[in-house]
Design a protein. Structure first.
Length: 244
């Protein structure tokens, strides 16, 4: 469809590639369209099948963009030409065909395709609300989306967690170019890993690290300093000639 965004088209393609036991013949609601609808509804706050149905039924334009079409042979004459959302029972049957691992793998593939070349990502640690769990998150600025979460073990901190996971993160998302982080991640081990992977980094320094701050300021001062202006010097050759 002409009004379909690249992100929506990518999401539909990824979900449509999933394998199920459903027969293509007589199928009214495609797998890709239904899964995309469920994902959008859940991200919008829906918590069960009933809420997803109500959400979809009141957004006919969204259904059309997702690829839903009116039935060719509607049961009621007054339903001709109208797009209807999948019922609660239909949602249950379709979702039962897809395992959680399949769904998560498809969603990860979607995020991978959406991370464009030269993207920037911010790495930060957070404690999940309502759970005694501390995770390290990778947030891609262009997508406004967390694409990676790594649990910080009980015997490690954010720095050691990032040291352990940075290789897998960069391998998973080769288009990430610039990595930013706060002072907790400002360590030569991280910078060495990023430089070896040919990536750029921007790490924050705080005032207590006076030696590191002074070293950074001196380095930036040298970068800002302009080289001396070039000038021409005349020299006399061995035979009295002049060279410039």
């Amino acid at each position: 469809m002409s009004d379909r965004s690249p992100a929506l088209g990518c999401l539909l393609d990824v979900f449509a590639s999933l394998k199920t036991s459903r027969s293509a013949r007589g199928t009214r609601y495609s797998l890709g369209s239904t899964l995309a609808l469920v994902l959008i509804a859940v991200l919008s706050g829906c918590k069960n099948h009933s809420q997803i149905f109500v959400f979809a039924q009141t957004r006919k334009a969204l259904l059309e963009r997702l690829g839903f079409r009116p039935p060719k042979y509607p049961r009621k004459a007054d339903s001709r030409g109208q797009i209807r959302a999948p019922s609660e029972d239909t949602l249950s049957r379709i979702l039962a065909e897809v395992g959680a691992a399949q769904f998560n793998a498809s969603l990860a593939l979607f995020l991978l395709r959406m991370v464009s070349r030269g993207s920037k990502a911010a790495v930060d640690g957070k404690t999940l609300r309502g759970a005694d769990e501390h995770v390290l998150s990778v947030f891609v600025n262009d997508l406004c989306q967390v694409v990676w979460q790594e649990e910080v073990g009980s015997k490690e901190n954010e720095l050691s967690c990032l040291e352990r996971a940075i290789g897998a993160i960069l391998s998973r998302y080769p288009n990430l170019r610039l990595i930013t982080g706060d002072a907790a991640l400002c360590h030569k081990s991280i910078t060495r890993l990023l430089v070896n992977a040919r990536r750029d980094y921007f790490l924050q320094l705080k005032a207590p690290h006076t030696g590191d701050v002074a070293l950074a300021e001196d380095s930036f001062a040298q970068l800002r300093a302009r080289p001396p202006a070039a000038r021409t010097v005349e020299k006399r050759g061995l035979r009295g000639g002049r060279k410039s």
